[in-house]
Design a protein. Sequence first.
Lengths: 392, 260
Amino acid sequence: MSAAVHMTDPGPDGRFGDFGGRFIPESLVPACLEVEQAFRSAWADPVFRGRLDDLLRDYAGRPTPVTEAKRLSEELGVRILLKREDLTHTGSHKINNVLGQGLLTLQMGKTRMLAETGAGQHGVASATAAALFGLECVVYMGEVDTERQELNVFRMRLLGAEVRPVRSGSRTLKDAVNEALRDWVATVEHTHYCIGSVMGPHPFPWMVRELQSVVGHEAREQCRALLGGADPDLVLACVGGGSNAAGTFAGFVETGADLVGVEAAGGAAMDRGIPGILHGMRSYLLQDEWGQILEAESISAGLDYPGIGPEHSYLGDSGRARYAQASDDEVLDALQLLARTEGIIPALEPAHALAWLVGATRRGEVEAGSTVLMTLSGRGDKDAETVMGLLK
Amino acid sequence: MKGVEVEAHLRQVRAEGRKILVTYVTGGLGPGWVDALEAMVAAGADLVEIGIPYSDPVMDGPTIQEASARALAEGANPASILDAVARVPVAVPLVAMTYYNVVFRSGHQRFASLLAQAGVRGAIVPDLPLEESGEWEAEAEAAGVAPVLLAAPVTPDDRLAEICRRSRGFVYGVNLMGVTGERATVSGAAAVLARRLKAATDRPVVMGFGISGPDQAVAAAAESDGVVVASALMRMLLDGGGPDAVGAAVADIRRALDSA
Ligand SMILES: Cc1ncc(COP(=O)(O)O)c(C=O)c1O
C-alpha cells in the first residue's frame, strides 16, 4: 500500500477517489469557492498559522496529553495510550475546527456563523468561538437532540448563541444540517457555515481534516516518545462524520499502523451504506432503493448520522483504514470500564472506539501486547444524564 | 416519442406573445394530485413541473418540505409517480423536479429512460451544479429529456454564460437567495437576474421561487419570458383545497399575465 496517495490535498474538484465533490445549489457555489480560496491561502500563510497555533495553545489548552491507561491495558492485554481531547477547553476535539473556521470567518469579513450540532459539542464549540471572535452565532439542533442534550443547549445560550430546534424529518443531526444549509442559502453574503465534521461540499471535508490533523500530529510525536521511537500498532477513533478520526489518522497514515474507525451500529454507513449524495458530498449513505435517506439510530447523538465523511469512504475502499461498529450495550459497558479503571468518564462517542477494542481483544482480533493509540474525543459530562437513565 | 418537447413548446408560447406559466405539483401528494395536474393544464399552465419527492430537500422551504414528506409517507416513489403520469394525456410539456440522489441511486441512464417512457421531457436537479452535472446532462439528452439548469442572483457572468449554453428546454432563474416558499413580494434581485439572463441567451428564461399570486407573477414576468408558481399551490392542496381550487388559482394568474 502506497501511503503517499492518502490524506493529501483533494484538488479543486474535492475528490477522494470517487467520493467527495461539491453537490450544492448554484446559490452556494460562489460561497464554497470563496471558502476554498480563503482556506488555501490562510493555510499557506505563516501569520494565520501562527495566530491559530497561539489560540490552540493559550485558549484551547493544546497540546493535549497522551495518557498511558495502565489498569485498562492490564484488563485488555494490550498497551493503550489515550489521546486526551477530553481535556481541551469545551471538552472535545471540536474546538480545534471552530477556532480555525472562526479565524477564517473573520478573514473573509463575515459577521455571522452557523453551525449544526448533534451531541451539542460542535454547537458549544461554535458558540465559544463566536463569543471569542465577536461573531453572531446560530446553532441548528434536532429537537430529539435538544431534549437529550439539554445541558449543552443551555451552555450554548449562556455563551450568547441562538439555538434553533429543528422539527423536520428525523429531528436529529441530518435534519439540523439541512436546516443550516437552508439558512446559509439565504444569508451567505454575511454568514459562514461552520460545518462540524469532515463532511459537506468541498472544501469542508478537506479543510476540517486539516484543522483536526493537529490531533494526529501531536499524538504521533507523543507515541514516539513513549514507545522508544516506534509507532503504535493500531490507531483507533470513533466516527460520526469522522473528524476526530480523520485528524487522528492524518498523523499516522504514513506509518505502518492499522487504522480503525468505529461507527455506531445504528448509523454504520460503512457497513450498511450505499454510495450516494447527501449534504453536498458523495459518500456511503444509509438509503433505500429509491435514494431516500434512512434514519440512523444511536444512543449517541454525535454518531446519529446516516452518512460518513467522503475521505473515510475512500480510505475504507482503498483498504488503508477499516471501519467497525459498536452497539449501544457494548458502549455503556465500555464507558463504565474506562471510568472504573482509569478515573476517566468518556463521552458516549469515544466509548464506541473503546467498546470495539474490548470486543476485539476478547475475540483475539488484536494481538496480545499490541500498542494502541485511541483518541478520546470528548469528556462524558454531557452524557451523564443519558447514561444515568440507561443504567437505572 | 411520448410527451411534449419542452423548448419548442415554450418558444411557441413566446412567439405568440404570451408569458410562460409554469406550475408545480408534488407527485404522490394525496389521492388528488393527478387531478390537480390536469386542472392546472386546463386553467392555462404552459408546462407542469412534477416534484419527485426526496427525504432531504435542502432547496425547499416548509411548504414543499411538508408536501414531500407527506407524499413519501403515503408511499410515493419515482416509479409510482411516473406510472400515474404516463396514464394522463397532457398537451403541455412535463418536467421532473427532484434532487440528485434520487437520480444517482436509480442510475443516470435508467432514470432518464424512466422519465422519457412516462412522457416527462425535462428534469430540474437543483443540487447538481455545472461542475458535477456533465454525465447527467449527456444521459438525459440522449434519452430525449432536457436537463434544465438553474442560475442564481450570485452567479457570476462567466458561469451564467455556461449555464445558458448547457441548459436545455429553458433556463431557470432563481428569483432570490433562499429556498422555495411563499413570499410577500418579488425581490429586487429577480429583475436584475432576469435581465442578465435575457441578455445572455435566446433560450426561454423562466423565473421561479417565492411567486405566490397574480401580482407577483406579473412583476417577475416583466423582464423574463415567464414564471414558476409552486409553493402557493401546494399550500392549497396541503390545507385541503381540491383540484378546483388549485385550477381557479392558476386561472387567476393566467388572466393577470395575459392582460398585463
Ligand atoms: C466527543 C465527540 N466525539 C466524536 C463526535 C463525532 O464527530 P466526528 O466523527 O466528526 O469526530 C462528536 C460529535 O458530536 C463528539 O461530541
